[in-house]
Write a protein that binds this ligand. Structure first.
Ligand code: G6Q
Length: 534
């Protein structure tokens, strides 16, 4: 497979020229019904309205040429089949396949990668058996009571995606099922969660692919201690999800263990056992499977080569247009759904850990911008907070609005002629237009420049299926961008240095003597510890 440098792609030159005079969203009469219907794409239950992006047919044609020249869809297909995509040529790197799509390629007879899909099926069957046993009262506590809560202990990819999914889908939970999460090594994180649950009716799902993560192992010990203190047997309560052969791959220590595999990156692991165990406990097996079904539908839709019919690819390319050609350094993800409270945080990791890179797949320094800063919060709360900057600040922030036509719960009320959901969606549409159109005013303080690009993603209701599709949509958007920038979106060397330094500091704090080599007297580490009185 041939990866070309982004700056060597001839479509980049055309796009640079087009970027000299991009579509002006404040131009009178621009937003005709024709523009709205022209720049609209439906896929897997979502509508993408992108008339409010600074694109026109010429820009879209050039983005199509970029996608074709960089062979983005071909690379995506190769990834799904099991090509070694996680690598840097000529340098030590992870050298792994990237097969998170296989976790949900369980609905057809001929999956893209039968080995990985087979392993996904095996793990799912094991999960189904476990959930049936919990449901039928075959797995109970020492008093024969059922389990009502599951705490997931994990961090990074073993926390953010699963937590975002559980929060998003709480409305679809089985009765009397709750989920909680402990991630931070801050003891107050665990203490607050443990104080709020009945330990005797709680299962604890310790999730770590490597089985070596300091925060997770520490929190596991803290939880075990809490069980012992309460006179309960941890072995009846604690289960694990880990990589085969990891230090946590020790079935005797756990009520049950599940596997995730080295071909699934942490931040792409929400649809593997990393996310599915806790989600399955909350939703029940069949509903949890609907998440996989939505994700799988998007996996298939992402193979379309026409960018105007491939939502993740189009979003990836519009992102590149905004970032590399219009020079906009960030992306705000703004869900108009309280249930998506933690989804921006998940995307922040998935995007910034994947595409926050400065070397190409050949190990050379890049000469173009790679991943943007990704951030966000649910609206309308954000409107009363940081939207001031979005509308009138000196920084232009492209935005993705995400909304739903109907709420998850029953009981929405009409107040002054409209329901709360209508108010919510109206606010989202209004923000999109306000950013694009701006407003003229003789008072400079009340002037809105407009021309601020954004898209709207709209679906009927935030169901398990829709959540799966939304998750996969963003996963593929990130992957397509990484392919286009010729970077490896699947490793995370950038998080290693801080870990190494933290370990050194901890060693210095705990056993200054020992046989270990002491830090030099005037080293930055020792000077900082002294200054911090630690
Ligand atoms: C994600 C990263 C990272 C990882 C955590 C937890 O892609 O690799 O966020 O998920 O460091 O790792 P473990 O699951 O191995 O504990």
């Amino acid at each position: 497979m041939h990866f070309k440098d982004f700056s060597d792609l001839s479509a980049v030159g055309s796009l640079q020229q087009l970027a000299a005079s991009p579509c002006d969203l404040t131009a009178p009469g621009l937003f005709s019904s024709d523009r709205f219907s022209r720049y609209h794409l439906s896929s897997c239950g979502f509508d993408l309205l992108y008339a409010t992006q600074r694109v026109d047919d010429e820009v879209l044609a050039a983005l199509q040429a970029l996608a074709d020249e960089a062979e983005l869809v071909e690379k995506f297909r190769a990834m799904k089949k099991g090509a070694i995509m996680n690598r840097i040529e000529g340098f030590a790197s992870e050298e792994r396949r990237v097969l998170h799509t296989a976790c949900r390629d369980i609905f057809r007879e001929q999956p893209d990668n039968s080995e990985a899909a087979g392993q996904a099926r095996e793990q799912l069957a094991r999960l189904q058996g476990f959930l049936d046993d919990v449901q039928a009262g075959r797995i109970v506590n020492h008093k024969n009571e059922s389990f009502t809560t599951m705490i997931q202990v994990g961090i990074g990819g073993s926390d953010l995606g699963p937590r975002a999914l559980c929060m998003a889908l709480k409305a679809w939970s089985l009765p009397d099922r709750a989920t909680r999460f402990i991630a931070n090594v801050d003891p107050d994180d665990a203490a607050a969660v443990l104080a709020g649950v009945d330990l005797s009716r709680t299962l604890v799902n310790v999730v770590s692919k490597s089985g070596t993560t300091l925060e997770t192992l520490t929190n596991e010990q803290l939880v075990r201690h809490a069980y012992s203190e309460a006179g309960l047997d941890p072995a009846r309560h604690i289960l694990a999800v880990t990589g085969q052969g990891s230090p946590m791959d020790d079935p005797g220590r756990y009520l049950i263990s599940f596997y995730m595999y080295d071909y699934i990156g942490g931040r792409y692991s929400a649809t593997s056992m990393v996310g599915m165990v806790t989600l399955g406990f909350m939703l029940g097996y069949d509903r949890a499977l609907e998440v996989l079904s939505g994700a799988h539908a998007m996996d298939l839709a992402a193979e379309e080569t026409d960018i105007r019919r491939n939502m993740p690819l189009l979003m990836a390319l519009i992102g590149i247009w905004n970032h590399n050609f219009l020079g906009l350094p960030t992306l705000a993800v703004l869900p108009y759904s309280q249930a998506l409270l933690r989804f921006p945080a998940h995307l922040q990791q998935c995007d910034m850990e994947s595409n926050g890179k400065s070397v190409t797949r050949q190990g050379r320094l890049v000469r173009w911008q790679t991943g943007p800063v990704v951030w966000g919060e649910p609206g309308t709360n954000g409107q009363h907070a940081f939207y001031q900057l979005l509308h009138q600040g000196t920084e232009v922030v492209p935005a993705d609005f995400i909304g739903f036509r109907h709420p998850q719960y029953e009981g929405d009320l009409e107040v002054k002629g409209t329901t709360s959901q209508q108010k919510l969606v109206a606010n989202m549409l209004a923000q999109s237009l306000a950013l694009a159109l701006g407003r003229n005013h003789e008072n400079p303080n009340r002037y809105f420049p407009g021309n601020r690009p954004n898209s709207i993603l709209l679906s009927d209701r935030l169901t398990p299926y829709a959540m799966g599709a939304l998750l996969a949509l963003y996963e593929h958007r990130i992957v397509f961008q990484g392919f286009c920038w010729n970077i490896n979106s699947f490793d995370q060397e950038g998080v290693q240095l801080g870990k190494i330094l933290a370990t050194r500091l901890l060693e210095e704090m705990t056993d200054g003597g020992g046989d270990r080599q002491r830090l030099a007297k005037d080293s930055p580490e020792r000077n900082l510890l002294a200054q911090a009185s630690l």
